[in-house]
Design a protein around this ligand. Structure first.
Ligand code: PLP
Length: 339
């Protein structure tokens, strides 16, 4: 059995026998049939699948890119890695840097990083720089600092990140026996939609690509950057996507669309997946399914087989769950309770 996606997809990745492989066993995530989601979208059973990227080692798809970016950084002789992050990139960079024995510096927008992600960066020993500003401003600082220090910048502007992330498309095609007809995906910096599109194209099997931004952070929908992006889905709280052109190409070449979903729609899909499918993803991830549901409400859900990518695990952002008040009944030890 092969460990990690570099070993699994070596022939399709920019590595040589000399490349040191820094892996945590990423990739090989489940593709789960979701008939309740299909039914909710008015689609037949077997037509909706969820790609559970929260099952990667640090709980998000960022690990797919990070195994390659950190391996190539070590190969190039870097002594450290550096990134700006809404959270998951820093968690992943910190883990892979720890594994490689490299320094890791993360630039985080103040107060906007979910608790689970920050916990990971702390525990993996990342050096944290808090930026009073948003992600886009943190990225500008990180890019400068990486250059000055000679550290590898492991944001999605790093081409190795996208090379690693494209392997998720290979897996989906292997798991289904073909490419899906429609691919639904949350969009923040747009690296992931760009990477999936590259992966599908390399196989010569291409679905229509449907990207989903949060309504308060939808520069690709508006056609211009958003100065103060707002959404509770912090992982896609991006005002000026790094891979803007890649996203537009994926949309146009595939005959797909990039549209927006409200925070209320995101939360509804987040709750639906947890309650009806038993799948706990983070809010940003639910944007893909929220998008499918939005099209369904407009009677425009596309025909055929749809894959919705769930990009990160629900435990990343426990703070959001405070919005859902459980009914708690109380009983003292030795007492009785009727259920
Ligand atoms: C990074 C991230 C995204 C956005 O991916 P992009 O490549 O920036 O478009 C979506 N969801 C989660 C959970 C993420 O960590």
């Amino acid at each position: 059995m092969k460990t990690g996606l570099i070993e699994t997809w070596r022939a399709r990745l920019p590595v040589t026998a000399q490349t040191p492989v820094i892996t945590l066993g990423e990739g090989g995530t489940p593709l789960l049939r979701a008939d309740r989601a299909a039914k909710a979208a008015g689609l037949p059973p077997g037509s909706v699948y969820l790609k559970l990227e929260g099952m990667n080692p640090t709980g998000s798809f960022k690990d797919r890119g990070m195994t390659l970016a950190v391996s190539k950084a070590v190969e190039a002789g870097a002594t450290g890695v550096l990134c700006a992050s809404t959270g998951n990139t820093s968690a992943s960079a910190a883990a892979y840097a720890a594994r490689a024995g490299l320094r890791c510096v993360v630039f985080l927008p103040k107060g906007k990083v979910a608790a689970g992600k920050l916990a990971q960066a702390v525990m993996h020993g990342a050096e944290i720089v808090e930026v009073s500003g948003n992600f886009d401003q943190a990225l500008a600082l990180a890019t400068e600092a990486a250059k000055a220090k000679g550290f590898a910048l492991v944001n999605s502007s790093n081409p190795f990140r996208l090379e690693g992330q494209k392997t998720a498309a290979f897996e989906i095609v292997e798991q289904l026996g073909r490419a899906p007809d429609n691919h639904f995906i949350p969009v923040g910096n747009a690296g992931n939609i760009t990477a999936y599109w590259k992966g599908y194209r390399e196989l010569g099997q291409t679905p229509r690509m449907f990207g989903w931004q949060a309504a308060g952070a939808a520069p690709l929908v508006l056609g211009r950057p958003v100065a103060n992006p707002r959404t509770l889905a912090t992982a896609i709280r991006i005002g000026n996507p790094v891979s803007w052109k890649g996203a537009v190409a994926a949309r146009d070449e595939s005959g797909g669309a990039i549209d927006k979903v409200s925070d209320a729609d995101i939360l509804a899909a987040y709750r639906f997946l947890a309650r009806e499918e038993g799948v706990f993803c983070e809010p940003a991830s639910a944007a893909s399914v929220a998008g499918l549901f939005k099209l369904a409400r407009a009677r425009r859900a596309p025909e055929g087989l749809s894959v919705c990518v769930l990009t990160g695990h629900g435990l990343k952002d426990p703070g959001i769950t405070a919005r859902f008040k459980p009914r708690v009944r109380r009983v003292s030890a030795g007492g009785r309770i009727r259920l």
